[in-house]
Ligand binder design. Structure first.
Ligand code: CA
Ligand code: CA
Ligand code: CA
Length: 195
């Protein structure tokens, strides 16, 4: 059974969310870059269904076709949805995967190191990891304790061992001693053969 090591605090920081939650939106809005010199800025947005309250979006090529795909954390749906890209700025209908309670943030990384992108999702009280299958689908979420309420998650190899780790912000509504922290979950590098 794979695991991240238990969370521990490394800094005391203001609990500013890295990603704002857009509660009430039922679609993911994508702004396309300008395609010629006459058009400055972004074109009009294209919208794709992405759950009840999409809160965070991340980018990766989940099915290995060379076209960028999207992963969206849905706060009220308790899911992460995956929209496979068509390569022209449009996306296929979302596929939904259970992520945890009240997911707020999603990042992409190859956590088990086999070359296929995976997802990490910050939920209310834990972080879930959904290993990618390489065809655009994902395995059942594995859950790792964080603090009371994780608002944002970031990925990086923080101890330089070649395995991607996670940093998770903690928003504690009870204002106890976990308030104002960011937790680091080091990758134990043992993911086994299944969830
Ligand atoms: Ca793709
Ligand atoms: Ca992987
Ligand atoms: Ca590491």
């Amino acid at each position: 059974m794979a695991s991240f090591r238990p969370a521990h605090r490394v800094h005391r920081l203001l609990p500013l969310p890295l990603v704002d939650r857009l509660e009430g939106w039922a679609v993911l809005v994508l702004f396309l870059g300008a395609v010629d010199q006459a058009q400055s800025g972004f074109l009009a947005p294209l919208a794709f269904d992405a759950g009840i309250t999409p809160a965070s979006v991340a980018v990766g090529d989940f099915n290995g076709d060379g076209r960028l795909d999207l992963a969206v954390a849905d706060f009220q749906g308790d899911t992460v949805s995956v929209l496979l890209g068509n390569g022209d700025g449009t996306f296929q209908p979302a596929q939904y995967y259970a992520a945890g309670a009240r997911p707020q943030s999603v990042v992409v990384g190859d956590f088990n190191g086999e070359g296929i992108p995976d997802l990490a999702v910050a939920n209310f009280g834990d972080v879930s990891v959904l290993l990618g299958n390489g065809d655009g689908s994902f395995q059942d979420a594995r859950h790792y304790r964080a603090e009371v309420a994780s608002r944002s998650v970031a990925v990086g190899d923080f101890n330089g061992d070649g395995h991607l780790d996670l940093a998770v912000t903690n928003l504690d509504p009870l204002l106890d001693d976990s308030f104002g922290t960011v937790s680091v979950l080091l990758n134990a590098a043992d993911w086994g053969g299944g969830p």
